[in-house]
Design a protein around this ligand. Structure first.
Ligand SMILES: [Zn+2]
Length: 485
């Protein structure tokens, strides 16, 4: 039978801060193992933590952007468990008094916006990283790197309101766009800066009672989230169809093998013996801090997307692509000529994004070479039909590799664009004289040779004529030769 998936996500976002959550060690990706450590993040006795204000500010901004209730007094708690990459044997997290509660993030599912409600967002610290087992001569070794221990994390938990793997993928894309947009995180899933666990259960559609859920851990790409959930939903459906029951379990998804493996079954919930961390003061977010968080937000991605659609008249698809990153949307706005948004959108989406892909550049790399003002000059000329299609493409290809204003590039390459009637009329007349048969056909009411004659005139101009002008002149010349009474 058909089952309805009920999915909730727990997302971990590694915050972009200079230093760790509770000490001054640098946050850096790819350092030599165990070089960014100190007594605090190694959990040595007597070391005292201090809360990173930048991490708190990031969390408040995300909470404000998502419409969460920001708690005035939130509490850091110790989550006790033993694991080799946890030198303190507890992780500092937030438990019953998290910084942010409620709120929602909208995703567009099949053209319709759907608000995915959030349970909470809280701050915590990351654990270290284990590598095991590795062959080392004749021994097998496990190693642990504590560089990541204490790196600031945000945990964002959704209500169990997601209904399909595709919706979860859209949610993660939207979250990644937002954290990058706000400058909170690079959100690079490959580097573990955005990680996701998913809780999933199945139920009969239309019923409210939830089935037994399982948890899939460490889904480290958007594709893995989609495929891992799809595999787990299929597995649970087979069990339920056969009249068996789903056992509550934690699963690991192996993206390379597209396979799920049971990590542990849970007969009861874990008891982490949470208690408020006595070394850390209550985290206070007063009215001023909350107001500041709200006021410091830029135009949010969904608002800009809606504005591109509604005020600039761009198709929904264009608006979504152009607001995929804040940098791209700002570059687009700064370079689009007024009243020619769609033309600018086509150039950015088809040509600029193609070059970025070919050269593995980001928008910043492109903008260094082609500042928005220079691209605006180029697009303005295209919009004014000063650069006919093939010429425009050619000029565009020079932009990233050559310096100077567009006029200088045109001069350097000897591009002369002919648009004046005085220049072009003799060309049109000459072509007509060379092609009397085609002209006769046109005068007899056949349209077919028209494009051919325009092409001939374009050729005579060395590809530098504006085609609209050629077409108009040809019409005029034909009218003049028409044997009308
Ligand atoms: Zn440290």
């Amino acid at each position: 039978m058909a089952w309805e998936p009920v999915i909730g996500l727990e997302c971990h976002v590694q915050l972009r801060t200079r230093t760790k959550m509770f000490c001054g060690c640098p946050v850096a990706f790819g350092s030599e193992p165990n070089t960014n450590v100190c007594p605090v993040c190694l959990g040595l006795p007597g070391a005292l933590p201090r809360t990173n204000a930048a991490a708190v500010a990031h969390a408040l901004r995300l909470g404000a952007a998502l419409g969460c209730r920001l708690r005035e007094h939130s509490v850091f708690a110790r989550k006790n468990y033993f694991y080799p990459d946890m030198p303190k044997n507890y992780q500092v997290s937030q438990y019953d008094r998290p910084l942010c509660e409620g709120g929602a993030l909208s995703v567009t599912v099949e053209g319709a916006a759907r608000a995915v409600r959030l349970t909470r967002i809280h701050l915590e610290e990351d654990a270290g990283k284990s590598f095991h087992p590795e062959r080392h001569g004749d021994r097998r070794l496990s190693r642990v790197d504590f560089n990541r221990a204490g790196v600031p994390l945000l945990e964002l938990v959704t209500e169990p309101v997601l209904r399909s793997p595709e919706e979860c993928a859209l949610f993660l894309s939207a979250l990644r766009r937002l954290v990058r947009w706000l400058g909170l995180s690079d959100g690079d899933m490959e580097k573990g800066q955005l990680r996701c666990d998913a809780n999933v259960s199945l139920r009969t559609p239309g019923t409210a009672r939830l089935g037994t859920k399982t948890e899939i851990k460490n889904l480290n790409s958007i594709k893995a989230v989609e495929r891992g959930l799809r595999a787990e939903i299929a597995r649970q459906a087979v069990l339920l169809d056969a009249g068996e029951r789903v056992v509550q379990a934690t699963l690991l998804y192996d993206a390379d093998q597209d396979r799920l493996a049971v990590m542990r079954t849970k007969e009861q919930a874990h008891d982490y013996r949470y208690f408020p961390d006595p070394d850390l003061p209550v985290l206070e977010a007063d009215e001023a801090a909350r107001t500041h968080a709200l006021a410091s937000l830029p135009e949010l991605p969904w608002a800009r997307e809606a504005r591109f659609r509604d005020a600039l008249g761009l198709p929904a698809y264009d608006a979504a692509v152009l607001t995929e990153s804040r940098e791209l949307s700002e570059y687009f706005e700064a370079s689009a000529p007024p009243a020619h948004a769609k033309l600018a959108s086509n150039w950015v989406m088809n040509e600029v994004l193609r070059v970025l892909k070919e050269r593995s550049w980001d928008v910043g790399d492109w903008a260094v070479r082609v500042p928005a003002a220079r691209f605006a000059d180029f697009l303005g000329r295209v919009a004014a039909r000063e650069l006919p299609g093939p010429v425009a493409k050619q000029v565009f290809s020079w932009l990233p590799d050559e310096s100077g204003p567009v006029s200088e590039i045109l001069a350097r390459h000897g591009v002369v664009v002919a648009s004046g009637d005085d220049e072009l009329r003799p060309l049109v007349r000459a072509v007509m004289d060379e092609q009397p048969a085609a002209v006769a056909q046109l005068l007899a009411g056949e349209e077919k040779p028209f494009g051919f004659l325009v092409g001939q005139a374009m050729k005579k101009s060395g590809g530098q004529a504006v085609p609209e002008v050629l077409r108009r002149l040809l019409r005029e010349e034909l009218a003049a030769r028409s044997p009308r009474p």
